[in-house]
Unconditional design. Sequence first.
Length: 480
Amino acid sequence: MKKWLLPIMALFLAAGMMVPAGAKAEMAFFTKSAVTHADGTTAQPYALNEKMTLLLDWTYAGEEPAVYTVPDIFTVTSAEIELQTAEGKKAGTVKTDAAANTVTILVEQAQSGNKGTIAVPVTFNKEKVTKAGTYSAVFPTGETASLTVTEAAAGAIKLVALEKDTKTKLAGSTFTVVNDLGKVVGLLTTNSAGEATVPNLEFGTYTITQTTAPDGYAVPADPWKVDLNAVLVTKEIVHEKATGLTGGLTVSAVEKGTDTPIEGAEFELKTANGLFSKKIVTDSKGKASLTGLAYGTYTLTQLKTTEKYVLPLESWTITVGRQTPIEQKIENTLENPYGALTVELTDASSDKALQGAEYSLFDEEDKLVSKVVTNDKGIASFPNLAAGSYELEETGAPDGYTRSTGKKAVTIKSGETVELELEKTKATSTSSVDSDGSGTTKSASGTLPQTGDASNMMYMLGGVLLAAGGLLLVRKGKRA
């Protein structure tokens, strides 16, 4: 061997010895990496918002596994699962860390030569994968993957209600669909084909709770989890015949003191021992129902209401028995039970705000509620008004303007402000009619006409002469 080759060989040997220990250990345990859709397929493209699976093949050779760092275009959630061999035997624990974006293996019962595959749920890192395009992932095990990513995809969940024995599709089953943030995204009722679908859902995990079933069928107590990771996911709900005595409950949520329904109010019905618990959400009519309830005593609690109402603190005792279905009316109080009225008055020609107009507000019994004068911005405000019907009347006009006659009907609703925009035209020489039908004349200045000019005197003198002549004719007629 030539002497000049010896230094080069020494360099190669040193380079091999300098491979990081972590990388060697990682390669010694993790042997292959791959990303698939949640259903295990690998066809491109991938949706921006879909859940995927990172598959990690491994072989245990007696060395402690290093921490596996997930490529930065993906993110993991913190979790702990069992490490199993290909034969299904427990070999240790797999821990995923969302903050560090890593996978850590704790070997407990593995033997040298054990093999297996770890399935780690991942999603795209929103800071790295911001829009549709092509992205590359370099895995610690040496592979490089090129992924085509499309815009966020929407999916749908279809529920199919089936009779257990005959597989007949059942109409009239109702379900509540809730996303992983606890928001209700669908209130479904199966149609004549036994199907119900909620469309336009983001990919993710949803909780489905059955609330009612057709007569004679039981309502399952437990909800179902559905992973939406495709354009359409179908869930079959098998219905069994009810056993024992059962009843129903209908909850009606309304605004206190009215029949105004409250949509989206959430309630929980549970037994005293907590073994049975059901959540229901009111529809657009403010109603929510449960069927298939075993006879007994339950506690009903309201969990959520809409923004403008106060959530009741009390609970209600519900006894299900022969008198069924039970109807329970729940009233929610408005956070702000009062309404308001604002009048804005301007000149019809110049759009200038008019100050000094007086407005009086009367209630349904024609009693004066309040009297307000418009300010320098032409505004008259009537706050803290109870809900109901009112009449607004202009009882004083600004200088240079004529007071408007008549009253304007106004309806006030709780928590709302009615805004009226009114206009006035400057006063001119016009004839205004009084209530008795007679006419009076006013000048633009508002002063009465003069009474001492020549024309008026001539008319008066003529009238006197005519009267005198008439009197003479009457006297002559009497003498004759």
